[in-house]
Design a protein around this ligand. Structure first.
Ligand SMILES: [Zn+2]
Length: 350
């Protein structure tokens, strides 16, 4: 899956397809930014207990369409307006999975993965997370025509307090109805609140406008590397955006061949091509959602049925033709040891 900035960029591109006159007037921006993170917010729930981490894995594996259409139907029943932060959150959430599905094979091919039993893959610890952050920087600069470190989106994210009691109830009901075996309803409500709080905290930690935490991460990595064997450690710098990159074609704009990490089929799309495909799909989904909000309830319910089909319930990770998640076999990773060391030098001004 791509990281936080790419998901917001994608969300904004999708919204432009539906509301060209200005997304800000229709959407509660901070809630939309947060909603664009989709089920990734549960992966960021690593501090506050009880955690909703399990929902991150479940939603990425199955049921994205069902979850979103249930959420939308309940929200309509509660009378949410388009100006409601809850609607903005839902709009962001609805497009998230398209970017995941589109870019994930590309990211896995170019970042590889660490195999705990194979020390030769140690240099790939957190390579996936770091490659996502390379894409964040390159996508942002190409699309916003601005230096990445001027991006102030992390300080504009919505907060848990922005949402109404009705929002939390709808969120928890949708989780509970889609994944009844995971937790009870009351539990789902607390876990979703904890996930939103932790996700906002996590994203603020790596705010591009505040390098303080990246510098600390670089220092801590240095101490780790000096003090004990690198084996089994996780480079902290990987969770921060790169400040310096060699002039490599990380986005594959030259259309070189890469292969699907599961089946090995050849591809030549650039990351931009994949982003644009996901924007088209996300734009269609938002159009349906917006239409449902204007339709009488009966018609809205049928439009949301179409939305579920459009989103699909298959995996957001590495789906096969049936949408079932598969483990990767093939990759050709960049030299992440070198790329991450470049960032340590950059942040420590060496
Ligand atoms: Zn995701």
């Amino acid at each position: 899956m791509p990281a936080q900035i790419a998901h917001i960029l994608h969300g904004l591109s999708c919204a432009e397809e539906v509301w060209p006159a200005g997304t800000k007037s229709l959407l509660h921006e901070g809630a939309f930014f947060l909603g664009c993170q989709g089920p990734d917010i549960f992966y960021h729930n690593q501090r506050t207990r009880p955690s909703g981490f399990l929902y991150g894995a479940r939603i990425h594996r199955w049921g994205w369409g069902k979850f979103c259409s249930t959420f939308a139907r309940l929200a309509l029943g509660e009378g949410w307006k388009k100006e409601d932060p809850g609607f903005a959150f839902l709009a962001g959430w609805v497009v998230h999975g398209f970017l995941d599905r589109s870019l994930h094979p590309f990211i896995v091919w170019f970042s590889g993965w660490r195999v705990p039993s194979d020390p030769s893959t140690e240099k790939l610890a957190r390579s996936h997370a770091f490659f996502e952050r390379i894409l964040d920087v390159l996508f942002f600069e190409a699309r916003q025509h601005e230096n990445f470190f001027h991006c102030d989106w992390m300080s504009r994210l919505g907060k848990a307090e922005d949402f109404s009691q009705s929002f939390w109830e709808v969120f928890a009901q949708s989780l509970w109805r889609t994944y009844p075996g995971a937790y009870g309803y009351d539990d789902a409500l607390i876990r979703s609140q904890n996930a939103v709080r932790d996700a906002v905290g996590f994203m603020e930690t790596s705010d591009p406008q505040n390098a303080k935490n990246a510098v600390s991460a670089a220092w801590a990595d240095r101490e780790d590397l000096a003090g004990r064997p690198a084996w089994g450690s996780y480079p902290r710098i990987a969770l921060f955006h790169p400040g310096i990159l060699p002039p490599e074609d990380f986005l594959n704009r030259q259309h070189g061949e890469w292969r699907h990490p599961v089946g090995g089929e050849p591809h030549s799309e650039s990351a931009d091509d994949l982003f644009d495909t996901a924007t088209q799909q996300g734009g269609e989904a938002l159009k349906l959602l917006a239409k449902a909000w204007e339709a009488p309830f009966e018609e809205a319910v049928s439009l949301l049925g179409r939305l579920e089909i459009l989103l699909g319930n298959g995996s957001l990770n590495l789906p096969d033709a049936e949408g079932v998640s598969r483990g990767p076999q093939f990759s050709k990773p960049w030299d992440f040891e070198h790329l991450m060391e470049l960032q340590r030098r950059f942040y420590l001004k060496e």
